[in-house]
Design a protein around this ligand. Sequence first.
Ligand code: MN
Length: 431
Amino acid sequence: MRQGEFRRSLERSWHMAQEQVRIFDTTLRDGEQAPGFSLRPAEKIQLARQLDALGVDVIEAGYPIASSAEADAVRRIATEIRRPIIACLARCHPADLERAAWAIEPAAQGRIHTFIATSDLHLQAKLRISREQCLEAAVDGVRFARRHTSDVQFSAEDATRSDIDFLCRVVEAVIKAGATTINLPDTVGYSTPDETLEFFTLIRTRVPNADKVVFSTHCHDDLGLAVANSLAAVQGGARQVECTINGIGERAGNAALEEVVMAFNVRPDRIPYSTSVVTKLLYPSSEMLTKLTGQPVQVNKAIVGRNAFAHEAGIHQDGVLKDRRTYEIMSAADVGAPWNPLVLGKHSGRHAVQKRCAALGFAFEGDELIGIYRALMVIADDRKTIEDADIIKVVRSMRPELVAVGEAADAAEVPAHPVAAMHESGYGHGV
Ligand code: MN
């Protein structure tokens, strides 16, 4: 069997062995409640339509008790968006739960997501109640929610900092009361991946009837470990991952949906799970969120950052032009992102300059290419990147007959005597 065939057959067998992990998107709840990310009702609905197209399994549409406009927006999403489960958040209080039940009432599949903190720190410092009162409130909340829908999710807020014996008692009791999904959030982003794997494994092993419910993970990124912890939770038996587009959310944010999905996608050999997300819509979804909130993602953000599929360093440009796989583990097209292997700057090499010139209709080789390259590198020393207009201007100064009059009027001045660039093959960073 040839190597390519062998790999394809391996991929097929991984695919067959893959268990499905549900993607629970909380961009419209945890994401939206972060400072600077609030959305108008019409914007929430626009984004909910995009999440539907993206293929997420559950949309957490909001926190209805927060305001009447929020409750209305959740209800409108529940009315309009028919394929995914529409969830909304409620504390274990009758007023919250009633509002939540009203908001999801029109849904094809509605879920009430109720929560209470279980860590001693939260019980004592924030809620000022005893463990027994917490247990009672959790059970009452789940029972109340079950009267309105058969799909009830319970979250033990600050689960990862809770006493494990008490947490197991709460989880056992809410399963008995009718919860169908048990979410164990790392509310403050404190856990490590190995700890998360042990935590899920232990709870699923110890709690009676754990196999009757779906366990869920909800990780925050305070230590930059949200995605790693989410994957570890799946390895520990969680089958629902709560995440957000661009990783937005409280403080440092939640696990980024696009990173979780592509980790499963790129590494089925180590984490053989599939999701129903349409990966080609990851970048367009990220872009829509950025436009609606006015909050950009960092340029080097995995999957959706401007530089995620861009190359300026000569060694890298030369590599990806020969074979994309030399410096890329997934293709931009797979996530719907623009591919930009020819960003020209001071780290670029002649190969990239030649390709960019060719794209503009100029074929240069040998000494002529070196001349153009040197002139561009002088401009690059002074600038972050070189634009097409700069190339046209340089070409006009050296081969005026190739350029139509009027092009590239506002490009940089071409130096009269370009000095030799230090590294004509382009250097950049090899590792
Ligand atoms: Mn959260």
